[in-house]
Design a protein. Structure first.
Length: 93
């Protein structure tokens, strides 16, 4: 019977893989349909004109155009307001 534990049997030390979240295309850049603009968890950024939200809250373009970021105050369901960052794609037509 060993009087000490075997080396290297820690229960800690695990880490998750990186998720690569964040802004992928900044203001003024050109986009094509399906281009990912932002990867996020939750709705920190809200989709605006010509932008859709995927099932994992990713924002992507639906037309050719230029990315524009706008800040607006949005009314929440309880009547309070919050500052929201809205992502739009201006068409190139």
């Amino acid at each position: 019977m060993a009087k000490t534990k075997s080396a290297g049997s820690t229960t800690l030390g695990r880490d998750s893989r990186p998720k690569y979240l964040g802004v992928k295309l900044s203001d003024g850049q050109k986009v094509q349909p399906g281009s990912i603009i932002i990867r996020q968890r939750g709705t920190k950024f809200i989709p605006g004109k010509n932008v859709r939200r995927g099932k994992d809250d990713t924002l992507y373009a639906i037309t050719n155009g230029i990315v524009r970021f706008v800040t607006k105050k949005i009314k929440k369901f309880d009547g309070s307001r919050r500052t929201a960052k809205i992502v739009n794609v201006e068409s190139l037509s």
